[in-house]
Write a protein that binds this ligand. Structure first.
Ligand code: FES
Ligand SMILES: [Fe+2]
Length: 414
């Protein structure tokens, strides 16, 4: 039976898995070791610049697969809606009158104007600004001015065009192709379907949202989330204060992987009985959803990062960094702490984290892109301690029908 909201509050990953992961982190810390991919991986820098590859990625992975466009907290009530223009067609997402998540092509069935222009809100009706055709939250055409003058149309057939959509584990998926199929058993696999069911993502509320148009390929943005080898260098004055660099857990299964970053607070576990160990205190789980989503759940909420390609330039992308909060958890802490405004503190934490991504990680991604654009190097290399980077790029290559590994060029080998 699925856990109820109260049970979910303190339940993340199954407890025995949490203990196993924390023990793994502690043993790396104590032994001065890290995960080991067993070998290095050579990568072609053209993967960040090649317009033909970028076109295939767009068609096969962005328009051709279901996309995560938000979380249940983006549609908190009946009539909640948001719009999305990330996948080439305008999308209107709604919570309909029966509480179901629906998605539509946000284009009027009269002459194709955008029906809803607001980014988000709550409405019972969506009225096209051109001639005021009006649709409900189920997409049905419910109003047509001067119907007697317009002529003989069947309102039943002129509802907004519906897109395949599915809400699972508090995540909202849409297929940008009306004829597409959503297969979350494949996309999330048995592993994430089981693990996500324990996190209670459905109880999260949206708190902050940042958007960064960045001069680097979307895969370079993903790469920055794939290792902690850089923490003691790039983040020496920021994240390294609360995380151990170059220590992590890493697991993969097919196109899925999950890392656990190691927080300095892991030392608290050494003084607690194992049944009180908590993975969100000891570490930061980082889930990758193919191709472009990073999901990082922590004590009071979740960071969701989505890297969206620029269709006109493989060397640019937009990152959406959204933060969702677990109000029940915040409420508990608020009771204990009294007057401090925890929502404001949580917003500050979220924007600090988001700024680190922009100002530190993506600054590096842009410098890598500038070098790749100039063909400064044909190849670069991922270390044995960066297995998630191997996995991103092997998975991308497999999905494009290429061999996993790349032979080194003579300059790389030499
Ligand atoms: S185009 Fe929408 S009402 Fe005419
Ligand atoms: Fe980083």
């Amino acid at each position: 039976m699925a856990p109820n909201a109260a049970e979910r509050q303190n339940c993340h990953v199954r407890h025995e898995t949490q203990v196993e992961l924390i023990k793994n982190l502690l043993s790396h810390l104590d032994a001065g070791t890290n995960v080991d991919a067993g070998e290095i991986f050579v990568n072609n820098t053209s993967t960040y610049t090649d317009p033909e590859q970028a076109e295939r990625e767009w068609n096969e992975w962005f328009v051709g697969l279901p996309q995560l466009i938000g979380m249940s907290g983006d549609l908190p009530q009946v009539g909640s809606f948001f719009t999305n223009n990330e996948y080439g067609i305008p999308i209107l997402a709604t919570r309909d009158q029966s509480g179901c998540f629906r998605a539509f092509v946000n284009s009027c069935r009269h002459r194709g104007a955008i029906v809803e222009s607001e980014p988000r809100g709550q409405k019972r009706r969506f009225t096209c600004p051109f001639h005021s055709w009006t649709y409900d939250t189920e997409g049905a055409l419910v109003g047509l001015p001067k119907a007697e003058h317009f002529g003989d149309v069947d309102n039943e057939c002129l509802g907004l065009r519906e897109l395949p959509s599915e809400e699972r584990h508090g995540l909202l998926f849409v297929h940008p192709d009306p004829e597409g199929q959503i297969d979350l058993d494949w996309l999330l696999g048995a592993w994430f379907n089981e693990e996500f069911s324990t996190w209670g993502f459905e109880d999260l509320e949206r708190l902050t949202a940042d958007e960064y148009d960045t001069a680097c390929n979307w895969k370079l943005a993903m790469d920055t989330f794939g290792e902690t080898y850089h923490f003691n260098s790039l983040h020496s004055n920021t994240l390294a204060n609360s995380f151990h660099g170059n220590v992590q857990c890493y697991d993969e299964d097919g196109h899925l992987h999950r890392m656990i970053l190691c927080k300095r607070a892991i030392d608290e576990m050494r003084h607690l009985p194992e049944d009180e160990w908590d993975i969100t205190v000891a570490g930061l789980p980082v889930y990758w959803l193919f191709p472009n989503v990073i999901l990082m759940p922590f004590e009071i909420g979740v960071f969701l990062v989505r890297a969206l390609p620029d269709r006109n330039d493989p060397g640019r992308h937009t990152s959406k960094v959204d933060f969702y909060i677990r109000q029940a958890k915040l409420g508990q802490a608020q009771e204990n702490l009294g007057t401090a405004n925890l929502t404001e503190i949580a917003k500050e934490i979220a924007s600090t984290f988001s700024r680190i991504i922009r100002d530190e990680d993506y600054a590096m991604s842009c410098s890598q892109q500038a070098c790749a654009n100039g063909s400064a190097l044909e190849q670069t290399v991922f270390g044995r301690n960066e297995p998630a980077l191997h996995h991103y790029h092997k998975t991308y290559r497999r999905m494009l029908g290429y061999a996993d590994s790349i032979p080194p060029t003579s300059s790389q080998a030499g």
